[in-house]
Design a protein around this ligand. Sequence first.
Ligand SMILES: Cc1cc2nc3c(=O)[nH]c(=O)nc-3n(C[C@H](O)[C@H](O)[C@H](O)COP(=O)(O)OP(=O)(O)OC[C@H]3O[C@@H](n4cnc5c(N)ncnc54)[C@H](O)[C@@H]3O)c2cc1C
Ligand code: SF4
Length: 348
Amino acid sequence: MNAPILIVGGGPSGLAAAHALARVGQRCVLVEKAPRLGGAPILSGYAKLVPSGEWARDAIGGMVERVTADSLVETHTGTTIVSFSGAPGAFTATLSDGQTVSAGAAILCTGFTHFDSLNKPEWGFGTFPDVVTTTQVEQMISSGRGVRCPSDGRKPQRVAILLCVGSRDRQIGREWCSKICCTVSANLAMEIREELPEAHVYIYYMDIRTFGLYETKYYWKSQEEFKVKYIKARIAEVTSDGQRLIVKGEDTLVKRPITIPFDMVVHAIGMDPNLDNKVLSDVFGVALEPHGYIGRRSAYGNTAETSRPGVFVAGAAMGPETIDDSIAQGHAAALAALGLVAPARAAG
Ligand SMILES: Cc1cc2nc3c(=O)[nH]c(=O)nc-3n(C[C@H](O)[C@H](O)[C@H](O)COP(=O)(O)OP(=O)(O)OC[C@H]3O[C@@H](n4cnc5c(N)ncnc54)[C@H](O)[C@@H]3O)c2cc1C
Ligand code: SF4
């Protein structure tokens, strides 16, 4: 019998890899450091996902259920890998609880870390309670509490969503576009307008990147059907006049300074490299790419390969990624790992 395949990280990409392998009869060991599976959509309490409109707890929760019900997947939660040695087909991993696991190959599905808005102090997070992040608004919606100002529980009448917080910002060392936050923000803006039809919702942007088919479903729909207003601007700071939050900056289309009051300001936070990536790089002997995500060896050959033979990578561990692409990459990595451990194809 083949050695199992080790999958590190139980978010959408890791769950997809485990399910794909189990479906073809391959055993795997899934190691997740959080107390439960599901990755960012479950651990951070996302609400309705783009583009499917399904609740994260149903869509990703369903992926968790089918993996935990599968006898070919051995799951360890609240666990990390402390050492990893050997060669393709015959690796040994030591888990943080002291157990050892034999593995024919490994797939790193360790995802990303949400940008911490405290690193952008001029935009008011951590100073004013009604400056929140997209994940906090997702949690307000998914918990059923509704969108409320944290300071006093009132319904906000004016909401500003600031895009590219912790992305496309060279001053704080984050040049990358986080890919999904324009679309997520347009979706959240529509959800806020649906729940609070009296509220005015503004999106402040540098560029709008509702890529591919999302342009119609999110960018245009949010303006035409939900009356969300888009303002191209450079935001300088978020302050308070004692009653309301004040967003200051420059409207870059008309080149005029703006000073606008709001009840709630939402940071559309980006996707940082996983804070664990240095440790993962050391333990697994894999190279990181220059921004700090896990590097892949080739863009076209076998997209899932890392710098170390037998160790593969998928999902947001490689860079900002959507859920559907993370799932596809989990499948690709599963196939690549399976190709390594499965009996060689008969000659001829
Ligand atoms: C605010 C926000 C909203 C979003 N909404 C959407 C959306 O609606 N639709 C969409 O397509 N995308 C959305 N995304 C992107 C989405 O979160 C990612 O595409 C997705 O989570 C990537 O899945 P993943 O499995 O690769 O990584 P993750 O979801 O990050 O999962 C990684 C898993 O690995 C575990 N892990 C990390 N380090 C270790 C370690 N050292 N050892 C063991 N386990 C470890 C983590 O605990 C986690 O469970 C959103 C992103 C943000 C920031
Ligand atoms: S997806 Fe939009 S909000 Fe996110 S970093 Fe890219 S341009 Fe900015």
